[in-house]
Each structure stands twice: as C-alpha cells, then as structure tokens.
Design a protein around this ligand. Sequence first.
Ligand code: UDP
Length: 383
Amino acid sequence: MVNRHTTRVLVTFLNTGGGHRSAAAATAEALLDLYEGCVRVDLVDVTREYFSWPASELNRIYERLVGMRAWPWAVVYHLTDGARRFELLQRATGWLTGRSVRRLLAAHPADVVVCCHPLLRAPLGRALQAAGRGTELVTLVTDLASGHAAWFVPPGERWVVATEQTRERAAACGIPTECVEVIGLPVRRCFVNGDRRNSMAARRRLDLGLDSPVVLLMGGAMGTGPLLQLVGAMAISGLRAELVVITGRNRRLYEELVSQKWSLTIHVEGFATNLHEWMEAADILVTKAGPGTVSEALVMGLPMVLSGAIPGQERPNVDYVVDNGAGVWAPTPAEAAERVRELLERDRSSLMLMEERARSLAQPDAARRVARIIWASAGSKLA
Ligand code: UDP
C-alpha cells in the first residue's frame, strides 16, 4: 500500500543483454532491504512493457548486431559515441521513444526515477524536465570501465558510475565532477552472500563431481561469443576438468552443445537463475568481459579468463580486470584453453593470487550505497 510517507522509486531498464536488468534488480533489492515499509519500488522493463514498434525491436536488433562479427556493432558504437553527435541523433529519433516514456512516467508516479540504460537517458531527462514536477533522475551507468556518450546527455544532476575510468568519460562529455559518484556496479545479494569456500556443498547440490576442477563458461545473458569453439579447444587440450556451460538465452548454442559427444564431462545449462551457485562451485570462469558477470565474479573472488569483449562498451573492462590482476586475457579459444590448463594444472599460486585480487577489487556494498544515494535524492528525512 502507498501512503503519503512512502517514497516512490521507479527503476527503469531495457533488457538488451542481461547486465542492465541485473544492476536494476540489485538496486531495487537493496532499496527494499534498507527501507522496507517506507519505499515502493517499481522495476520496469521498458521495452517489454511500454515500447511500441519499431522501438520494441531494439533488444532484437542489438542482440543480432553483437552476435555478428565484431565490426558492425563497433561501427555503430563509435559513430554515435560523442556528446554532440548523440544529442543530434536523439533530436532526430526522439519520437521513437518519447511518447512511450511519457506513458511510463504517467503510469508510475515517482519521487525518484533511476535510469539503467543509455537509450533511456535522453527521453527520461527530457520528459521529466517537461513535466516539471521536480522528480529526481538518478542515472546508474551500468558499464564497468567505459561509458558511451548516450549516458551523459543533459538534462540531469546525478550520475552513479562504477569506476574512475567511467567518471573520466563523464567529464569528457561535459558532466561536472560533483554530479558523478564512483560507487561500483550493484550486484545482487545472492552473489554478495555467495561463498566459494563452500564449493563442495555447491557441487553436491548441482550434481557435479567432487574430484576434478570445475570450469564455468559463459557469454552473458545472450550466450555471446565462440562458446562451442571454446569447449572444443578445451576438449582437445588434454585438460582434466569438468565443464559447465551456461548458454543463457542462446537456444541454438544449447542444442548444438547437447547434441555433440565430448571427451570431457560437460554440463550444459540454458538461462541460469542460480548463477551464483555455479560460480560458487567453479574454480575458474571463462567469459566475455560483460560488466555484470565480471562484477559478480569479482564479488565472489572467482578468477577469470576473459575470452572476448563486445567492442566499445566491454573492451575497457579487459584492461580493468587484467591490470588489476583479477584475470587474464585470452582472445582465441586455443589460448583460453591453454591458460585455463596452465592455471589449474601448473600454476595454482597465480590462481590463488587472482582470487585475492578479485576480492580486493570487488564492491560488494555497491547496491546498498546506490540505494542510499537514491533515498537521499528523494529528500527523505530518514536518509
Ligand atoms: N545471467 C543470468 N543467467 C544466465 C546468464 C547471465 O542471470 O544464464 C546474468 C548474469 O548474472 C549477469 C547478466 O546476466 O548479471 C549478464 O550481464 P553482462 O553485463 O555480463 O553481459 P550482457 O548479457 O549484458 O551482455
């Protein structure tokens, strides 16, 4: 029930990939944890609930583009990545999303609106300004070490970013330093509470063997990247390990993996709702450098072999992880297989060091800190 003392927060995202939804959900969860009874949180997938054609096709178009070769998405990303260029683009295409965003705001009256997707940033900013009701807009940048100009178009007063690198991008787009807080990327409580010291218990629950190391392979929520080739390279490398492959929403990959015979024990999962448990059971994670997955692995102290990165928004995450010693970069399936084998069979001390570095880089409190910023933005006396 909403009474006049209830603070109303609208958390918005588009479900391109899975990282925006995860950060939005982690933020909503932390708000409810901290302020239960005093806050109402509406968590809205705007594409699914409000966009009409052709904007409703955005997720599909994005997933097609990043699932192709690297260059088509790289071209789109870099051509639009400039404050002035993006503003002009927005002026030309604002009609695509403007009306849907106004309907969204009318249906979810709020004290604070949280924007968790770059393509919602401009329409939300404009619609809130036009409504003139004084609703606060908090932009939660769900990138890790990058930041497309789309995140930083005016109007707006408050941005939350994960790293100093992203703060620098905000400054380059003309956002005053005092409007940007560096907090880390919110991750859900199940990852924060996950404990890899209980990996044997997790393996029993997940029906995995207890004798050999477990390698977890994934490519974000869309199962992006050469996962089939990665499994093939691991199979011929002589690696002694059990593989778990999370294919996410990629049904075709799932079918291909389960229809083949492999010389290693391999478990294939579709979209996992218990990824934290698979991370708990694993010795090492092979993944593209998605901000959500990387932040979750850091929080769980899980060493990473980064096997790819979506050009533009994910490439800087590779340097962030590698330079801080929490993982290694292996951009071909053969290299990834070799690095995994080396770390598991010959260089356990490096693996342990990577665990330590991951934990020290992690921001397990990010969701709660972001929740406090949102609460303060609502001007509540309880802040
Ligand atoms: N994820 C999940 N189940 C899956 C695959 C992915 O819950 O089977 C979640 C994962 O925990 C992460 C997000 O989807 O939070 C993926 O985000 P990331 O930024 O790594 O990549 P994206 O999918 O956005 O490209």
